[in-house]
Design a protein around this ligand. Structure first.
Ligand code: ACO
Length: 329
């Protein structure tokens, strides 16, 4: 058997719809206020995909940028993993749609769904393929068009989310470099706290569903909040332990962007000052699987990370699921 190796991030990219939806505009759609949204969540505005834009459109753009940054041609891509809860359609997989439009004819492809933790699950999966030498180059994409599954009459949810895509390319690295550890968790007993109840095989869309809005995101916000605050710190510490590092080694936290108060609580638990925490939810809201890769790509483009920096990527989401990864930049 061949020896294991590490995987590292060779390139990154993002794609965001042009359309900005501000809190002020939302005030005209539902009974809410800019003040409520900003103080409870930290969100000021979010991006909304055009009616003719689907997940694969945004995913393709993010993937092309990531490949260009990695200086890699499409022929080199061995596998495409797309994390999403809003695929173009039930099947074929959005990864296959991206593969075709990218022209990555050598690549295998599949979608993976783990709520807002989807990118961390996909990263962990891609890393294993590279580490085991099954593949050399894996494209990992997180993409969401959540605006399509929001009930625009429900102020509890419609103010929180946005659309976008982020992508990274993984390639081989010597052991001890790149992705140092991953940690994943799930608790299906909490699945009812955050779901889209209808549209699957349990409850296909019919007139009753349409009348009650069960095809849209439904959430118990305060319970999800408590769960999130608990697992963000725990998952980060577990991933650090697996990497053989302690808190003092952490350069930056790249958290899932759901709520500023959840991020602040995680940062406090990890004893990180705000300048060590990557935040973009004020501009994009919660983009589920796309939040972490977009935050990572933006911070990398701004030159935030220097070689050798230790990043902790951490998130939580529907499932319930959670996860973290420690990356040496
Ligand atoms: N505008 C004005 N008022 C609102 C709004 C709004 N947009 N939304 C809710 N309210 C009201 C509620 O109706 C409630 O009113 P009531 O007391 O009269 O019933 C009041 O505000 C307080 O509601 P709470 O739920 O107590 O508010 P809280 O401080 O918990 O904040 C929030 C709500 C922002 C949803 C918070 O709980 C949260 O962020 N939870 C986590 C959600 C999350 O991260 N979800 C994504 C998970 S990831 C995934 O996989 C998709």
């Amino acid at each position: 058997m061949q020896k294991l190796r590490a995987a590292r991030i060779l390139g990154w990219g993002k794609a965001l719809p042009d359309r900005v939806l501000s809190n002020q505009e939302l005030e005209r759609i539902v009974d809410t206020s800019d003040e409520w949204i900003r103080t409870r969540t930290g969100i000021r505005e979010r991006r909304i995909a055009a009616p003719d834009t689907a997940a694969s459109d945004l995913a393709l753009l993010a993937a092309q940028e990531a490949l260009a940054k990695a200086n890699l041609t499409v022929e080199k891509v061995d596998l495409i993993i797309v994390a999403t809860v809003t695929p173009d359609m039930v099947f074929p997989a959005t990864a296959c749609l991206v593969q075709s439009r990218l022209g990555a004819s050598r690549a295998a492809g599949f979608d993976l769904e783990a709520g807002c933790s989807g990118f961390l699950y996909a990263l962990a999966t891609g890393r294993e393929f590279v580490a085991s030498r099954t593949y050399d180059h894996v494209l990992v994409i997180g993409v969401e068009v959540l605006s399509r599954i929001l009930n625009w009459q429900d102020r509890n949810t419609c103010v929180l989310f946005g659309d976008g895509a982020g992508a990274i390319v993984l390639g081989p690295a010597p052991l001890g470099e790149g992705i140092l550890s991953t940690y994943l968790g799930a608790d299906g007993a909490g699945g009812g706290l955050l779901s889209v109840p209808a549209g699957g095989s349990r409850r296909p869309v019919d007139q009753d569903v349409l009348a009650t809005g069960a095809q849209y995101i439904q959430m118990n916000g305060s319970e999800v909040f408590k769960f999130a605050v608990r697992v963000m710190g725990e998952a980060s510490l577990k991933a650090l332990e697996r990497a053989g590092l302690d808190l003092s080694a952490v350069s930056y936290l790249v958290p899932h962007q759901a709520n500023q108060r959840i991020i602040d609580a995680a940062a406090k638990r990890l004893r990180l000052s705000p300048d060590r925490v990557i935040v973009n939810l004020d501009r994009y809201g919660n983009m589920s699987s796309a939040s972490i890769p977009v935050a990572l790509a933006e911070a990398a483009d701004e030159g935030c990370f220097k070689s050798g920096d230790v990043l902790v990527l951490v998130g939580f989401g529907a499932g319930l699921t959670w996860g973290a990864s420690v990356v040496r930049w």
